[in-house]
Design a protein. Structure first.
Lengths: 230, 450, 298
């Protein structure tokens, strides 16, 4: 695999991103290493090629934002909105992630080895998220579709106003949000969970040690009896 | 002395309360019956200080008017040249405001695209994403980036000609989108990634940023994803326009879109529409002042343009908005009326819905007889996109020509040379809000001495 | 909106370069706060019977020498003064209340930024780089500091509106966010006898804590009461003579990141500002949880 190195201390980010937006055919199969990220924002955003990108350090906001097809690895922490609105591909944060990780992501897989901040998987639209640590409050707020796996604990208001996304938590949940309830795990759900655990490098973790959560579906239509929930 | 018993005691005339008027009482009854707030479409219907309260001072002895035809009055406008590689060039300052596919039918969006393209202007997507019809038929398409991110994807972002980051709209500043189950059809549901038939609730804040300091980073992200090609607009509902415009500029906006409370919506709570936000008349001057104070008002390359919307109806409104400092305007409700919304020829059908042509605003129910604010396949067929597009193009042409008539009368060879000093106000409120003198005087309340 | 910066140097040998360490942190927050900047620096305290007064003059060519002369005449002291552009640090044994009263009367154009034994405050309009150059931040020495870059939301851009705000001797606060009930808080506190200098929402938070501490609350208790009474979004960073303290509101929307290292503790709104600190690779980098108080003592 051909490897290309970019040093953000020497090269402006705009040039690096523009290169990464180049002809997909010429990028496919390549390996890109980005050195000295030093918390810069918007690294490797809007990718649309089968390319392997490694960010050697901490990324700022929106790393791998709107990712398509690419595999992006962050060997450090990621700021707010990592993999936001991702459409496909894989993003892997080896450290911790800040707020709004995988916000409104439509597809693909976000793996976070450490903890995630508040509002993880907010408005999730079909992507899968696996967090090795714990997640902050208001995670999975208005999550519409996709699978959200948390090996650690969840904070307050988990799954508030959730639609059809599925949440699997191994640790404790501080509190559930409006219209979010415990669900029994079907065979199909168990398979989804097991597959994701393997993909995220947690093949040693038992799928049966998770509690599933999802929508109670009582807020799908405006009704006066639900006034307290709004 | 008592009256003869054959005479009746005179009665006072029955009098409605101005406070508890007919509409208010009917709303109380409806609330008591249902236990849920009233939801409707359109913008504020109250009588508000508006452009009708302003008048132009045409040329006379001290100034000279321009002749028609040979003595040109330019109407073109360039938006977003500050940072974008490909700024937007429009032939007229009248643009089409953001309205979602979902709130509007597919044929309605197509009509808007056709009409705008014929008129040389842009359309804007809404809270639901970009449809093929609109991108196909609209030569210049502005793509909205909203808190809900319904239908948002980078491929459409790259297809757009400009990106409009929506913080709020005039009908409900501080509120999110709303689309009820009857309009969440299979197609709409798929685009928005929602179950069919449910009532959609949209969030009021963006999911991954809060505050102008983080907005700056988000705008940078959108630029990076689109390789700095496209202008970035920031849309705000008018509330604290001076601060909000200043912050939008500091965060990197190329264009600010300012929407007053007359601006329409597909659906929201009636109380939100009528009681939150500013009339557009009160919002324009503070917005312009913010741009001036930051040195980005009509200042060569380093300029941020201002588009205003909310109750723009005719060429006089266009000219007045520009005279007060706007670079362009956006029409929503007016465009729908041009397409055929609330048309009297459908009066019987409106009556069946319990309303009348011109008052119909229950767009959230999806039963629009004109086939515009509906997803019903039978109703949608009633709108012919080619004819409707033609009507829209006609209407925009008329507005543009009317603005030119007024501008020429004021001696201007381009609409942008209209200035606040070309205007006077008929009322004290309008004078104070628009900061132009009361007609026949030099008095601006709060600015000059009486 | 804004950028916040905090630095506490544990390694005594590095305290002489606290200014050099802080400067890139502050410049890194320029985009978040281009309008004005401020810094509160803590160092060796002056004697127990002395106080440092930090004064700010609106103009660059203020006659500080004359001021110092008049001051010494008035208070029969030999105070020491260190002027820098439109800023003066005056060290004296004169009683603070008397000093404040005299300055208010004789030199009403001066703004008293702070009083304390170990704290100096500098704040002015301009980009962080401009403000830093004006007062020579690079060469500052000290134990810990709190700094701020401002993007004004609703109140004006003036030096007085810049952060840090101080609510007592050797006590200051910076804020990132926007309070939604600041005006009501101000009216309530003014009614309780607390004086305000500006209509800035941060000052409302600062004076609220000042009030609670006046009523006997310790900082932690005061902040807990703050969770109930302060409405809006905020990350607050506070400095006192021997500590830094940080708290985030329950919504946790405004960012903050912390790096703990044997040599230092560093705080900023974004990691970018921490990236160039020495040996940052080996620091424990994490984000503070909302509604929790974090304290680092010297």
């Amino acid at each position: 695999m051909e490897t290309l190195n970019f040093d953000l201390d020497k090269k402006p980010l705009r040039e690096v991103n523009q290169f990464l937006h180049g002809d997909a055919a010429s990028l496919n199969g390549k390996s890109i290493v980005i050195e000295n990220p030093n918390g810069a924002h918007n690294i490797a955003v809007g990718l649309k090629a089968d390319v392997d990108v490694t960010i050697k350090g901490h990324a700022g906001y929106y790393a791998a934002g709107m990712n398509q097809l690419a595999k992006v690895t962050i060997e450090g922490s990621a700021g707010s909105g990592v993999a936001e609105n991702m459409m496909s591909g894989v993003v892997h944060v080896k450290g911790f992630a800040s707020n709004a990780a995988a916000a409104t992501a439509n597809g693909g897989l976000l793996i976070i080895d450490g903890d995630a901040g508040l509002r993880c998987a907010i408005a999730l639209k079909g992507a899968d998220v696996v967090v090795g640590g714990s997640v902050g409050s208001f995670s999975a707020f208005m999550a519409q579709a996709g699978n959200f796996v948390i090996l650690g604990d969840a904070g307050e208001g988990l799954g508030d106003s959730i639609y059809e996304a599925k949440i699997f938590v191994r640790g404790t949940v501080k509190s559930l949000g409006a219209d979010c309830e415990e669900k029994t795990t079907s065979a199909e759900d168990r398979k989804i969970l097991a597959d994701l655990l393997i993909k995220a490098g947690h093949s040693d973790v038992n799928p049966d040690s998770f509690q599933q959560y999802g929508s109670a579906r009582t807020l799908y239509h405006f009704h006066v009896d639900n006034a307290g929930a709004y | 002395m008592s009256d003869d018993k054959t005479h009746k005691i005179p009665q006072t005339t029955p009098r409605y309360s101005a406070t508890f008027d007919e509409y208010t009482n009917s709303e109380i009854r409806r609330a008591a019956a249902t236990g849920i707030y009233d939801i409707r479409g359109a913008g504020s219907k109250r009588k508000l200080p508006h452009f009708d309260d302003l008048l132009f001072l045409g040329a006379s002895v001290s100034r000279y008017p321009l002749e028609g035809y040979r003595e040109k009055c330019g109407t073109d406008v360039i938006l977003g040249a500050r940072f974008a590689k490909k700024p937007i060039h429009l032939k007229t300052p009248v643009t089409i405001a953001g309205m979602s596919f979902g709130s509007l039918s597919g044929p309605a969006k197509e009509s808007l695209g056709r009409g705008a393209t014929a008129a040389g202007t842009s359309t804007t997507t809404g809270d639901g994403g970009m449809t093929q019809e609109e991108r196909g038929h609209s030569q210049t398409l502005v793509y909205q980036y909203l808190p809900s991110r319904y239908g948002m994807n980078p491929d459409d972002l790259r297809k757009a000609d400009a990106i409009e980051l929506v913080i709020g709209q005039g009908a409900k500043p501080g509120g999110g989108g709303m689309l009820l189950g009857q309009k969440i059809t299979k197609r709409v549901a798929k685009m928005r990634c929602l179950p069919e038939g449910i009532d959609q609730r949209s969030s009021c804040r963006h999911p991954d940023w809060t505050g102008p300091d983080d907005l700056e980073i988000k705008i940078a992200e959108l630029r990076e994803i689109t390789d700095w090609e496209k202008p970035i607009y920031v849309k705000i509902g008018a509330t604290r326009p001076y601060f909000d415009v200043a912050l939008a500029v500091k965060a990197g906006a190329d264009v600010v879109v300012l929407d007053g409370m007359q601006g329409g919506t597909a659906a929201t709570q009636e109380v939100f529409i009528e009681h939150v936000g500013l009339p557009i008349l009160a919002a324009i001057r503070p917005a312009v002042k913010a741009l001036q104070d930051l040195g980005v008002y009509r200042n060569g390359k380093n300029s941020v343009q201002l588009i205003v919307s909310g109750g723009i109806r005719n060429g006089a409104d266009v000219a007045k908005a520009i005279a007060l400092g706007a670079d362009a305007v956006a029409i929503g409700t007016a465009a729908l009326i041009a397409l055929g919304d609330n048309d009297p020829h459908l009066e019987e059908e409106y009556n069946k819905l319990g309303t009348t042509a011109g008052a119909y605003d229950d767009w959230h129910e999806g039963k629009d007889p004109a086939g515009i604010t509906t997803q019903d396949p039978e109703l949608m067929k009633r709108l012919d996109p080619i004819k409707a597009g033609h009507r829209l193009a006609n209407y925009i042409a008329v507005m543009t020509m009317e603005a030119q008539v007024v501008a020429r009368a004021c001696g201007k060879s381009h609409l942008h040379n209209l200035e606040p000093e070309d205007l006077v106000a008929l009322t004290i409120e309008a004078s104070a809000m628009a900061q132009v003198p009361l007609a026949g005087t030099s008095w601006i309340p709060g600015v000059t001495k009486f | 909106m804004c950028g916040i910066v905090g630095l506490l140097v544990r390694n005594q040998k590095m305290r002489d370069s606290i200014g050099e360490l802080m400067l890139p942190m502050l410049i890194g927050m320029t985009e978040r706060g281009p309008d004005s900047a401020g810094l509160a620096i803590f160092g060796e305290p002056v004697n127990a019977n002395e106080r440092k007064f930090n004064f700010f003059a609106g103009t660059a060519d203020f006659n500080w020498a004359q001021f110092a002369q008049d001051f010494d005449k008035q208070f029969s002291t030999k105070s020491s003064s260190a002027p820098k552009a439109n800023h003066l640090v005056l060290t004296t044994t004169a009683a603070p209340d008397l000093v404040k009263a005299w300055v208010k009367q004789q030199y009403p154009q001066l703004h008293l930024l702070s009083v304390g034994r170990s704290m100096d405050i500098y704040k002015d309009v301009g980009t962080p780089a401009e403000v830093a150059a004006r007062y020579d931040f690079k060469n500052f020495k000290g134990t810990h500091l709190v700094a701020h870059t401002r993007m004004a939301t609703e109140s004006a851009i003036t030096p007085a509106h810049a952060h840090p705000f101080t609510a007592g001797e050797d006590w200051c606060l910076v804020h990132n966010g926007s309070l939604s009930n600041a005006h009501s808080l101000r009216r309530k506190l003014e009614h309780l006898g607390i004086e305000f200098e500006t209509d800035n929402d941060t000052e409302a938070a600062c004076r609220f804590l000042q009030w609670r501490m006046r009523e006997g609350d310790d900082l932690e208790t005061a902040l807990n009461k703050g969770f109930e009474e302060l409405d809006g979004f905020y990350t607050l960073l506070m400095g006192t003579s021997n500590q830094l303290a940080l708290v985030r509101d329950p919504f946790g929307c405004k960012p903050a990141i912390i790096a703990e290292h044997p040599d230092y503790v560093a705080i900023a709104s974004e990691f970018r500002s921490l990236a160039h600190l020495p040996d940052i690779k080996n620091a424990k980098v994490f984000e503070p949880s909302p509604k929790e108080m974090y304290v680092w003592k010297l």
